[in-house]
Design a protein around this ligand. Structure first.
Ligand code: SF4
Length: 650
């Protein structure tokens, strides 16, 4: 509230308060009847001018009516007309802006083209069309004209905010919890957008007061005996040569009201966004296209450890098979972000997916959750949760699965938590979505969930906004939210990347103990083989969207078979200062838009052969002591090279 004490804001608030008092108590404050005609008193100057009368402080008009009283009553009419118009325009504009920004596509096109047409239509022409053709110019007609002219501003501002908000992690987090589109719009995005919308509404209130005056000035104001600032101004225009006060005082009233509302809007903008308490700045910044498996799983990677849900008595909790994700581009070929990824997960098991940025690990996770952003789409494959095909589920069905059976922790807790809600509310919301309980019970369970992730003072933390706690604490909150409904499968996408090393280790230890206790299957996505070594039972190494090696973590770390896995391990050892480390991974990761034929790792591989540049290696597995190992590399699987090539190589 300190920001409201700025002198400019205080001045604005004082004027707005005066305006409101005039509106509410016009009958008490006005010294005369605003329409009382007194021909003998006409054109009296203000009281301090020669010839002025103390009972007519701001003078009289051409009919002897008191200018001050007309201004006081006029404030009520002007504010009422502008106020109702802005409420109507804002309600319609916010709804249109939300729909347009959230759904995009044809909905956006239709609404925005409508807005363009509205903007292209001159306001005065619109007013003439509605007001001038009729004998009466009632308040309702004027409100109608103003609201039609104004909704576009609200719609455009809200749309641009929604376009930003819908891409934020907390919205994706809400989807991951199973929230429907309507719920996401109303409970997650709208509260984030509302402060801006309120500020715009206040500014537009001033603009509409100005427009109402302009209409009256042009003879399109409200019919007498009603009096508005616009009608007082219109009287002044006709008599300005002999009574300057009839024009100057209403002009000053309009000027001061517009200025005051803008000053208050400025202060309000600072206060309404709770993040500004720390940052001091105002501005801050799924279309999951389900093209249901076009290509059958055949040709997938059946040899990857437990990849395909076999028909055994103990099917895996999660079975991903032959997953292919692609992103169509406007001016080029379709980008294959994920190709033929297969793996499975059993209760209590931890599988790590490791690879550099752009290797397709996060895209795979989003595809499993059904949270791919447009234009990304699952082109082929299967994702089965407890035997149920998720790629066949509708959005509504997925909402019931996400959060309850399939939880997700995102990379950056700072942006994954909604900045405008307190932590307790957010955790309780996750519980309310899937558990039938009242608000009180949801809050109690939320506090329990916070206690479970080792937050020492959960009641206090529940009453904090996300930005009021540390990064480690935010990540614990994310974990509490993801596990609050005890999902069987948890996907943790780089859950500790945004944290310092000490907090990373602490959070991982806590997550480890927690999933042990809850017997949750975990898919841990990371670029850090060190984290994988500590946390997981099995590891999948991805490069350029494909699995290049997989197997039990211990075996894979002790005896990497793919040159890329070896290079990743060497990089970790070098970072740890180990002596005699071989060369680390060299070159740049592959640009998925420019994928060469053959092995995607060939341009960086020290063992690359001619065949590697012509032919893509198949993922081939072999039984290890404790489980399956699989590797896609001609050097590791020489039998995959044709005899001719083999001879050439030797
Ligand atoms: S297939 Fe060839 S290029 Fe690819 S990783 Fe193996 S040796 Fe290197």
């Amino acid at each position: 509230m300190r920001r409201l004490r700025r002198p400019s804001v205080v001045l604005g608030l004082a004027i707005v308060t005066l305006l409101l008092l005039c509106t509410l108590f016009a009958g008490l404050l006005a010294p005369h009847d605003p329409n009382a005609i007194a021909p003998s008193e006409k054109f009296l100057p203000p009281a301090w001018e020669e010839g002025g009368d103390a009972s007519y402080l701001l003078g009289t008009d051409q009919l002897g009516r008191d200018v001050l009283s007309r201004l006081i009553y006029g404030a009520r009419t002007s504010l009422m007309i502008a106020g109702v118009a802005v409420v109507l325009a804002a309600a319609f504009g916010i709804a249109m802006g939300m729909l347009s920004g959230f759904y995009r596509g044809w909905v956006d096109t239709v609404i925005m083209r409508l807005a363009d047409v509205q903007l292209a239509f001159p306001f005065i022409l619109l007013a003439l069309a509605i007001l001038a053709v009729s004998d009466t110019k009632s308040a309702i007609r004027i409100i109608f004209v103003l609201a039609i002219a104004d909704w576009v501003i609200h719609a455009r501002v809200v749309r641009s905010r929604v376009l930003v908000e819908r891409e934020k992690e907390y919205v994706r987090g809400a989807r991951a919890l199973g929230a429907s589109n309507a719920r996401i719009m109303l409970r997650y995005i709208l509260p984030s957008v509302l402060p801006t919308a309120l500020v715009i509404a206040l500014i537009e209130l001033a603009v509409l007061m100005l427009l109402e005056s302009i209409l009256a000035f042009l003879g399109l104001g409200i019919d007498p005996p009603a009096v508005s600032w616009g009608t007082v101004l219109a009287d002044g225009r006709e008599n300005v040569a002999i009574a300057w006060w009839m024009l100057v005082f209403p002009g000053m009233a309009i000027f001061l009201a517009v200025l005051a509302m803008n000053l208050v809007a400025d202060g309000l903008a600072d206060v309404l966004d709770p993040r500004l308490k720390l940052t001091g700045r105002f501005a801050r910044g799924a279309a999951r296209k389900r093209e249901r498996p076009v290509v059958p799983v055949a040709g997938g990677s059946p040899l990857v450890a437990g990849a395909v849900a076999d028909a055994s008595a103990d099917p895996p909790l999660l079975a991903v098979a032959g997953l292919r994700v692609e992103f169509p581009t406007d001016d080029g070929p379709v980008v294959q972000a994920v190709q033929d990824v297969s793996f499975s997960l059993r209760a209590g098991e931890r599988v790590g997916i490791v690879g550099e940025s752009g290797s397709g690990k996060s895209v795979s996770a989003l595809a499993i959750m059904g949270l791919l952003d447009a234009p990304g789409r699952v082109a082929a494959g299967s994702v089965r949760l407890r035997g149920r095909e998720l790629l066949d589920c509708s959005e509504r069905e997925l909402n019931k699965v996400r959060g309850r059976e399939l939880g997700m922790i995102f990379q950056d807790p700072g942006s994954s938590l909604n900045p405008v809600f307190k932590i307790g509310w957010q955790v309780a919301e996750a519980i309310e979505l899937h558990q039938e309980c009242g608000k009180g019970e949801a809050r109690r369970r939320a506090i329990e969930a916070l206690r479970l992730v080792n937050i020492r003072d959960p009641e206090r933390v529940a009453d904090c906004y996300p930005f009021e706690v540390s990064g480690g604490m935010q990540q614990r909150v994310m974990i509490a939210m993801a596990l609050s409904c005890r999902p069987g499968v948890l996907i943790a996408d780089e859950p500790t990347t945004a944290l310092d090393v000490t907090t990373q280790a602490q959070i991982l230890r806590e997550l480890d103990a927690l999933v042990d206790e809850l017997d949750t299957g975990v898919v841990l996505i990371t670029h850090d083989l060190g984290v994988v070594a500590e946390f997981t039972d099995r590891t999948i190494v991805m490069y350029a969207g494909s699995v290049c090696e997989s197997g039990p973590t211990e075996q894979l770390i002790a005896e990497p078979r793919h040159p890329y896995t070896r290079a990743l391990l060497d990089a970790v050892r070098e970072l740890e200062g180990e002596e005699g480390v071989a060369e680390t991974v060299r070159g740049e990761p592959l640009d998925p838009r420019d994928r060469p034929p053959g092995c995607p790792f060939a341009p960086r591989c020290p063992l690359a052969m001619d065949v590697c540049r012509e032919q893509a290696p198949r993922l081939v597995g072999e039984d290890g002591e404790d489980g399956e190992r699989a590797v896609a590399c001609f050097a590791a699987n020489p039998e995959e090279v044709s005899p001719h090539e083999h001879a050439a190589r030797r």
